[in-house]
Design a protein around this ligand. Structure first.
Ligand SMILES: Cc1cc2nc3c(=O)[nH]c(=O)nc-3n(C[C@H](O)[C@H](O)[C@H](O)COP(=O)(O)OP(=O)(O)OC[C@H]3O[C@@H](n4cnc5c(N)ncnc54)[C@H](O)[C@@H]3O)c2cc1C
Length: 487
């Protein structure tokens, strides 16, 4: 760990360049929500960002935000949900080893959090997108985003869509997409409350008093040292460590060379700064893993591993498929479809048309196909035989794909080589309590230090659902703001 991360004793600070009651490092989703709540609690708030503006990964993101328990949008679109049902799903899908207290607080606070977001000006259109997909193709406001309606979760909790998507004007993904439409009204809310921002300031280390209390931040701006005093508390909201090669190698080596859905500013700085002051870490090996396949195609085909065997229900959440491929199948997967299924998939609408590439192999029979693919003789044939035997009855007793997608493969078949089609970001980070206080390795909160977002371990301990990053970043960001302002 570089020396520069070591906490600086307050008496050694030459002068304070900036001062505020609450100082927040990082102006992404966690930072802006902390800023709003700290300001509303009466604090003078200063947000620092190392880039030239607000937004972070959040403003570039797809904007899914995981909310449920019976939000007004869910109810308006005819979906039943409850906090208990949401808690059951999250406990099953986001583990193993979830922080039960965080999941409980999140599920039971979700309707209020929806109301808070809409009061801040975030708009969710009353329209549901029910097709398999990574994102909504237009500006629909609600969709499934975590495999809630697929095996095994559909029988663990009552399926309810919880992916809430802020409405986009003339949607163009990546250009003022839903993530931007989430961030913009929140930043405007913060500005209206008098929250100040300073850009091009990179937080480097904490400043601590003789009693160990965090009193500020040491930072760099244009090659010079800058010191920022926090009269009440510091909130770390600097994002993940997806772009810190050394940390990735140490904690999550399967992601070496494959960062995604993160930004280069996610270099683990907040984690390292707090760690140097004794902070505990949690679930540093947990990763979100995207799989670069079109969900409309995958649901209609079968996915097999390097031994020609199916391993997951193909109609589940793509992030669950990604984790299974990278972590359990040595990053090897092949999609197999017959011509009817392929044509049917191509006739559907998708938000990811660029994933619809031509097949790698095509053959008259499954036996020829498996030979062309270099799979063990008979392996894919046995898989297709078993699949077809049950598919004739519209069932999938092996992996429980929903009957609507189950149909026997027949005639000429094609396969897509999807080896290495994964990338992702890290989910582990600082161990915080439900009030976003950063915990020391001795278990007690570090006085004056709070954190939220992807520099913390939030609701995801292993599994993932789209929307949980913006979800727990905003939810626990708010709590960090309140706690920092009120001490
Ligand atoms: C293309 C894409 C699509 C995504 N889609 C979704 C989605 O649909 N739903 C979802 O939940 N998540 C999604 N994500 C992930 C999500 O955006 C992030 O996980 C989330 O924004 C993390 O919140 P955060 O507040 O921790 O970090 P961010 O929102 O990235 O904010 C962190 C901020 O801290 C700043 N910073 C970093 N280091 C320092 C430092 N040392 N000093 C000062 N400032 C610093 C950064 O510049 C940044 O502005 C997506 C991400 C991308 C890139």
């Amino acid at each position: 760990m570089p020396d520069s991360r070591r906490p600086i004793p307050a008496p050694e600070v030459p002068a304070w360049d900036f001062e505020a009651d609450v100082v927040i490092a990082g102006y992404g989703i966690a930072g802006v929500c902390a800023a709003i709540e700290a300001a509303r609690a009466g604090a003078d708030v200063l947000v620092l960002d190392r880039t030239g503006g607000w937004g972070g990964a959040a403003a570039l993101s797809g904007g899914w935000i995981y909310l449920g328990g019976g939000t007004p949008l869910q109810r308006a679109l005819g979906f039943e949900d409850s906090a208990e049902n949401m808690e059951s799903f999250m406990t099953a899908a986001l583990g193993p080893g979830v922080d039960a207290a965080k999941i409980h607080a999140y599920a039971h606070g979700s309707v209020e959090h929806f109301d808070w977001l809409t009061e801040c000006g975030v708009v969710f259109k009353e329209e549901f997108w029910g097709e398999p997909g990574w994102e909504v193709p237009h500006d629909e406001g609600l969709g499934y985003s975590g495999g809630e309606n697929a095996a095994p979760f559909a029988t663990i909790a009552t399926p309810a869509p919880r992916g809430h998507v802020p409405q986009m004007a003339d949607k163009r993904t990546g250009v003022r997409g839903a993530g931007y439409m989430l961030m913009k009204p929140l930043v405007e809310t913060a500005e209206a409350l008098g929250v100040r921002a300073e850009y091009d300031i990179r937080a480097q280390a904490l400043v601590t008093g003789t009693d160990g209390r965090v009193e500020g931040l040491a930072a760099r701006r244009f090659g010079k040292d800058v010191h920022v005093r926090a009269r009440r508390g510091v909130v770390l909201a600097t994002g993940s460590f997806a772009y810190n090669a050394e940390m990735i190698e140490t904690y999550a080596p399967r992601l070496i060379g494959r960062p995604a859905a993160a930004i280069e500013e996610h270099d683990g700085a907040g984690i390292l700064m707090a760690q140097a002051a004794g902070a505990a870490l949690a679930h540093m090996d947990a990763t979100e893993v995207a799989f670069f396949g079109d969900p409309q195609m995958m649901a209609r085909g079968i996915l097999v591993n390097g031994r020609g065997q199916r391993f997951i229900a193909e109609d589940t959440y793509g992030g669950r498929i990604g984790q299974a491929v990278l972590i359990q199948q040595d990053n090897a997967a092949y999609l197999v479809m017959d011509m009817d299924a392929h044509e049917e998939a191509l006739a559907t609408e998708t938000s990811t048309p660029y994933f619809r590439q031509p097949p790698t192999w095509a053959a008259e029979t499954v036996a020829e196909l498996e030979a062309d693919m270099g799979l063990p003789t008979g392996a894919l044939t046995a898989t297709v035989d078993t699949y077809n035997r049950h598919a004739t009855d519209g069932a999938d007793p092996v992996l429980h794909k929903k009957p609507q997608w189950v149909r026997p493969l027949h005639g000429p078949v094609a396969a897509w080589d999807m080896r290495g089609f994964t990338a992702g970001f890290t989910l582990g980070g600082l161990r915080t309590d439900v009030d976003s206080r950063v915990l020391h390795v001795d278990g007690a909160p570090i006085p004056g230090l709070y954190a939220a977002g992807r520099c913390t371990s939030g609701v995801c301990a292993g599994g993932y659902a789209s929307g949980t990053s913006l979800g727990d970043g905003s939810f626990f960001g708010r709590r960090a703001g309140v706690a920092a302002a009120t001490g």
